[in-house]
Design a binder for this molecule. Structure first.
Ligand code: GLU
Length: 390
């Protein structure tokens, strides 16, 4: 019996793979510090947990409509409408098991076999694989200076088979936050070439230095007709394990998404839907206190990485990653960023993700969703690691 070509061609998620490796080393007694998978270290706020437990106790444990409970979709439409400054029809909102399955579902509904999706490097590790599983081809386009979108490069990458542009701001792994002008020009670009615009906004609440996240849904034009917003509660409300994601889709697509989902998984878990409702109602103060914690963490990570010989990194404006350039160390003892990240793990007990997985070779991504003390200790370990090489 054969394994399908599709399955055989897929490599596992680099972020989850490194995190699993770090966890396995820890289980063997190694004191590994993990800056790998991006997951807030804070617990899910207690009222959100209580809402799910109460839902279970009240017997809310059965199927719901595929797209989600009407009251959750209504509350989400109102909450998102206020944030994005546009009216959102609850019929356009659909709950998904995290952004990961939302991306995949959206691709299934937008792509025919062999069609292409443009992305901007560096990109989240899952995008090329999700496109591949959906039968399409992911075409990563080099960014302009500062890892920002380059419209000329996007135009040059178009083919007759291009159907969508997939963007992510705040960006994982670069931390770049697109401006309103950039978003407007991307919406315009998609309008000119009749593309769907898939916008992953999962880090929308994690923006620093007085900047503001802008959704392409908010910039006018025909955004309402072509933007597919993908986001969730994982990062903002520390709910990674709940799989609390959502899509806001143009009206003509939303029903198709629900039809496809009805054959894949049906609704997301019912207790999670009740938890989402509570996060919308009472999560604000928890989000604000978590946001305050992230700025010193970011500063500690940037300071620590810049203290390493030959390492360069920008100040990220959003998300909770630093993408550091280690090219000064590659080509000799460590042939590439994967070899270097492996050496960090095995010889310094520091887990971080090689940049190549994000379309950023010669870089390594460090998540700073962990206390400052861990970050400082991790950076001391890397300083000693490089000192030992001399
Ligand atoms: N999105 C996070 C990351 O990039 C979590 C792990 C994953 O699903 O990739 O680290």
């Amino acid at each position: 019996m054969n394994v399908s070509q599709r399955a055989a061609a897929i490599e596992p998620s680099a972020t989850l793979e490194i995190a699993a490796k770090a966890a396995a080393m820890r289980a063997q007694g190694r004191d590994v510090l993990s800056f790998s998978a991006g997951e807030p270290d804070f617990p899910t706020p207690p009222p959100i947990c209580r809402a799910a437990m109460e839902a279970i106790e009240k017997g809310h444990t059965k199927y719901t409509a595929t797209a989600g409970l009407p009251e959750v979709r209504q509350a989400l439409a109102k909450y998102l409408g206020a944030r994005k400054g546009v009216a959102i029809d609850p019929a356009c909102v659909l709950l998904t098991a995290g952004v990961k399955s939302g991306v995949y579902l959206a691709l299934l509904a937008c792509l025919d076999p062999g069609e292409e999706v443009l992305g901007i490097a560096p990109y989240w590790v899952t995008y090329p694989w999700a496109v591949k599983i959906a039968g399409g081809h992911y075409r990563a386009v080099a960014p302009g200076p500062g890892m920002r979108p380059d419209l000329a490069a996007l135009r040059a990458a178009l083919t007759p088979r291009t159907r969508a542009l997939l963007i992510n701001s705040p960006n994982n792994p670069s931390g770049v936050v697109y401006t309103a002008e950039e978003m407007a020009s991307l919406v315009q670009f998609c309008a000119e070439h009749d593309l769907w615009l898939l916008s992953d906004e999962i880090y929308e609440d994690l923006v620093f230095g007085g900047l503001k996240h802008v959704s392409p849904l908010s910039v006018g034009g025909d955004a309402e007709e072509r933007v597919i917003l993908l986001s969730g509660f994982s990062k903002s409300y520390c709910m990674t394990g709940w799989r609390a994601g959502y899509i806001v889709a143009p009206k003509r697509l939303a029903g198709h998404l629900s039809d496809v989902l009805s054959h894949i998984s049906g609704n997301i878990t019912t207790p999670t839907q009740h938890a989402i409702l509570e996060a919308i109602h009472s999560g604000g103060p928890y989000l604000a206190s978590m946001q305050r914690e992230f700025a010193p963490r970011r500063d500690a990570m940037v300071r620590g990485l810049r203290s390493l010989p030959g390492v360069r990194c920008p100040d990220p404006d959003g998300a909770f990653y630093v993408l550091a350039d280690f090219s000064a160390h590659l080509g000799g003892r460590w042939k590439d960023d994967a070899a270097l990240a492996l050496a960090f793990l095995e010889e310094a007990d520091v887990a971080a993700v090689p940049g190549a997985a994000f379309g950023a070779p010669k870089h390594v991504r460090f998540s700073y969703a962990t206390p400052v003390a861990n970050i400082e200790e991790g950076m001391r370990r890397l300083q000693r690691f490089f000192a030992r090489q001399q």
